[in-house]
Design a protein around this ligand. Sequence first.
Ligand SMILES: Nc1ncnc2c1ncn2[C@@H]1O[C@H](COP(=O)(O)OP(=O)(O)OP(=O)(O)O)[C@@H](O)[C@H]1O
Length: 183
Amino acid sequence: MGLCHGKPIEPPQNLSKIPIIPCENHESAFNSSTGKTPKFPFYSPSPLPSAFKSSPANSSSVTSTPLRFLKHPFPPPSPVKHIKALLARRHGSVKPNEATIPEGSECEIIGLDKNFCFSKNFSALYDIGEEVGRGHFGYTCSAKGKKGSLKGQDVAVKVIPKSKVWCLMAQSISLCNCFCFTG
Ligand SMILES: Nc1ncnc2c1ncn2[C@@H]1O[C@H](COP(=O)(O)OP(=O)(O)OP(=O)(O)O)[C@@H](O)[C@H]1O
């Protein structure tokens, strides 16, 4: 640890001994209406206010930064998370305080759940077989129609997990935001 060797500043013994710097033609140095000198005898006012009397900065109407600069300091946040949270609450799958989605988790790859996202009567319409392939967004299964015009026919069923659908939606909404705010 080092020591400070600065010389202590001693307060002036008698202020009346300090000479007053004359300042002619300046109203703040000597108030003619009250006849008082300023509190500090060494006060020397800046000449700038009188030099720039015509400046708009000295106008009484200019009191703060113009609002037009502060109207949109940053682009509004993406509404994707709010939409997701709203839909999650509406479907009752998430508690209200769990509805917000943490940063960076939108495109996480979640294990494929083959029972997920089929409509209630889907199993009444198709017999789902083996997985035959995978793409970027989901997987494809072979299936056989049970009812209607597809009865007895071999079909392919493409399953896209909800997490991927959200990812796609987020990408398209972000794209929309880009177009909205750069124009
Ligand atoms: N009708 C089908 N019959 C047999 N196999 C299929 C059929 N449809 C898809 N597949 C298999 O599933 C794989 C993935 O198909 P998919 O249509 O999901 O591909 P993709 O278009 O690349 O996917 P994504 O759109 O998710 O990027 C294919 O590569 C293929 O092997």
